[in-house]
Write a protein that binds this ligand. Structure first.
Ligand SMILES: Nc1ncnc2c1ncn2[C@@H]1O[C@H](COP(=O)(O)OP(=O)(O)O)[C@@H](O)[C@H]1O
Ligand SMILES: [Mg+2]
Length: 302
């Protein structure tokens, strides 16, 4: 089996601290799978009507792989999406598809789709300028969470306890990036500083962990130093996340769930989730699970 990973860096540039990339390479080698990591800048996209079986990589016509694993997640730029679409057009199986990556890159669009399918989601609105604070008070209520449309690792997520906090943040946004798009979301209090990350591959829950912030922040991201521990997968969690992955057409996904009393709300859906945290607390090899799934999808299971 031969596959490519599309990543922000070329293979020769990948340092030992890039946990996921190193894990994929290590597991691929162990399994006798030929795996290459390529970055978008290595591709030239020649569009024509021929049924080509090759693509230009590093200025050379190169045979297509059997599968592509895009791994740029929320920061997938236009050029990468074009590369993924091009490979899809040439018949390469991509996990995930360009369409699902593009959908979940947009946190508002994701919430719109989930809400339309009756999933429990926090009340969310798109910021409109000038901001109508009274409307936000009436419809969402303070405290609120402000998020960039696209983002990861908690970097574009802020808590505003009061309308004054929101106005301060607005002034900052107005200076740094006027008219920037962002979303305003109900703060789920019972999830302050803790949430669940559930890893789903091929419609099955592979692992589930609870994340707890250690520095008093309301954000529980592992990359921000959140503490992780394995968490039992109830029927409710299983149903919620597998349905969610299905509706968004994601073969591989990490879904963030907020604790809402005894129940859950879907916080965010990731198309190329990191897995250092989850492998550290759950007995699972994520690359093996992904390669097993791809083998089945490609009809190559021995
Ligand atoms: N509406 C919310 N209520 C409570 N906590 C939230 C809410 N939204 C996000 N968080 C916290 O902030 C973290 C980061 O938010 P998230 O939307 O997942 O952004 P990112 O893509 O940066 O991970 C979440 O893991 C959760 O701990
Ligand atoms: Mg998240």
């Amino acid at each position: 089996m031969e596959g490519w990973i599309l990543y922000k860096q070329r293979q020769s540039e990948i340092s030992t601290d890039k946990y996921e990339m190193n894990r994929f390479l290590e597991v691929a080698e162990k399994r006798g799978l030929s795996l290459k990591i390529l970055c978008p800048e290595q591709f030239d996209l020649l569009v024509n009507r021929d049924d080509n079986k090759s693509i230009i990589v590093d200025n050379q016509y190169t045979q297509l792989p059997q599968f592509l694993l895009p791994r740029q997640g929320a920061s997938t730029p236009y050029f990468s999406l074009a590369v993924i679409r091009h490979l899809e057009r040439l018949g390469v199986n991509t996990f995930n598809s360009s369409r699902s990556i593009e959908t979940v890159k947009d946190k508002l669009y994701t919430q719109q789709i989930l809400a339309a399918h009756n999933f429990p989601v926090p009340r969310t609105m798109l910021a409109r300028y000038p901001l109508n604070i009274q409307l936000i008070k009436d419809t969402i209520g303070f405290p609120i969470v402000v998020k960039t449309i696209s983002g990861s690792q908690g970097s574009g997520v802020f808590l505003c306890e009061t309308p004054d906090n929101l106005e301060d943040l607005m002034r900052l946004i107005d200076t740094a990036k006027p008219l920037a798009n962002f979303i305003i979301q109900e703060f789920i209090k019972s999830s302050k500083g803790r949430d669940l990350r559930v890893f789903v591959v091929g419609g099955r829950v592979i692992a589930c962990m609870e994340r707890t912030s250690r520095d008093g922040s309301f954000k529980a991201n592992f990359s921000r130093g959140g503490e992780v521990r394995a968490f039992p997968v109830s029927k409710e969690i299983e149903q919620l996340v597998t349905e969610c992955a299905g509706v968004l057409n994601l073969d591989i996904t990490g879904i963030d769930l907020l604790f809402d009393g005894e129940s859950f709300k879907v916080c965010e859906v990731n198309s190329s989730p990191g897995f250092k945290g989850i492998e550290s607390c759950c007995d699972v090899s994520i690359p093996d699970t992904i390669f097993d799934f791809i083998q089945i999808r490609l009809g190559l299971y021995s």
